[in-house]
Write a protein that binds this ligand. Structure first.
Ligand SMILES: NC(=O)c1ccc[n+]([C@@H]2O[C@H](COP(=O)([O-])OP(=O)(O)OC[C@H]3O[C@@H](n4cnc5c(N)ncnc54)[C@H](O)[C@@H]3O)[C@@H](O)[C@H]2O)c1
Length: 264
């Protein structure tokens, strides 16, 4: 049975993307605009250059502040009447500490942006979404496997699976789907700091990932496009892992290296 477009079309849709100024959010914005959606770009930093490039609207907003988020959605609705696609992408990487040394402040900061920022998005945007709309949250692989020295970040992302599943069930009667994408390491500013936990993560991806490399932001954007389209109407409440096979098991390269090490 065909229930919508059969070509993963998002043409003519109105999409709101948070954290649009850089990295994955920027790639998602470009992809959806190229696919024919009208874009509302939200970020705490200026993204008006990208908005001009994409013929989009930029609204400066801190997703952790529900009052600012509500005002941004009001502005978007005044322009477009409704929103079809919400991409909860804005996020921050906090701390580089063992759970023994980490502070409550780091946990609260992570939860305010990474978890409550998403809750605010769903709360403010779902009421202006027509049936057939799609909400996609960018979670993280660190929510599914242990992430040494990234406890606050990982915990704030793990909470998103519950938010995704619960809101998927609550919003299904309104015809709104809710899913999350959990990327492994992606080549963005977040992985550019040279911090010890980043170095370790990249070494892990190289040694143990089936493809031995980070994802490009565009490869995450493609998955978001897929989940946003009308062809995905039976997918809701799911976590789609995009990690280049990292959690499928150890790579052949890693196993060979281990055997070689044992035989020395
Ligand atoms: N890069 C990775 O390896 C990776 C892996 C898994 C998940 N993620 C997630 O992907 C998302 C995008 O990350 P990225 O790698 O592109 O990082 P990035 O730092 O390049 O982009 C994050 C964007 O979010 C914006 N932002 C931060 N706090 C905000 C707030 N309070 N309100 C509004 N905007 C805010 C930033 O200004 C920035 O433009 C994040 O949620 C991140 O946790 C990234």
């Amino acid at each position: 049975m065909t229930t919508g477009q059969v070509d993963f079309s998002v043409a003519g849709k109105v999409a709101l993307v948070t954290g649009a100024a850089s990295g994955i959010g920027r790639a998602i914005s470009i992809r959806l605009a190229q696919a024919g959606s009208s874009l509302i770009l939200i970020d705490i930093v200026d993204a008006s250059d990208l908005a001009a490039e994409l013929n989009a609207t930029f609204i400066q907003c801190d997703v952790a502040r529900e009052d600012q988020y509500a005002a941004a959605v009001k502005q978007a609705v005044a322009l477009h009447g409704h929103i079809d696609i919400l991409v909860n992408n804005a996020g921050i990487s906090v701390s580089n500490e063992s759970i023994l040394d980490d502070s409550d402040a780091a946990y609260l900061r992570a939860f305010r942006v990474n978890t409550l920022g998403v809750v605010h998005g769903i709360r403010c945007v779902a009421p202006v979404m027509p049936t057939g709309s799609s909400i996609i949250t960018i979670s993280s692989l660190s929510s599914l496997v242990g992430a040494p020295l990234l406890g606050a970040y990982a915990a704030s992302k793990a909470a998103l699976a519950a938010v995704t599943r619960t809101s998927a069930l609550e919003l299904a009667p309104r015809g709104i789907r809710v899913n999350e994408v959990a990327p492994g390491a992606v080549r963005t500013a977040m992985n550019d700091s040279g911090a010890p936990f980043v170095e370790r993560e990249l070494a892990w991806v190289k040694a143990a990932g089936a493809f031995g490399r980070m994802a490009e932001p565009e490869e995450i954007a493609a998955v978001v496009h897929f989940l946003a389209s009308d062809d995905c109407q039976m997918i809701t409440g799911q976590t789609l892992v995009v990690d280049g096979g990292l959690t499928a098991g150890p790579s052949l390269g890693l196993l060979d290296a281990l055997v070689e090490g044992d035989n020395k």
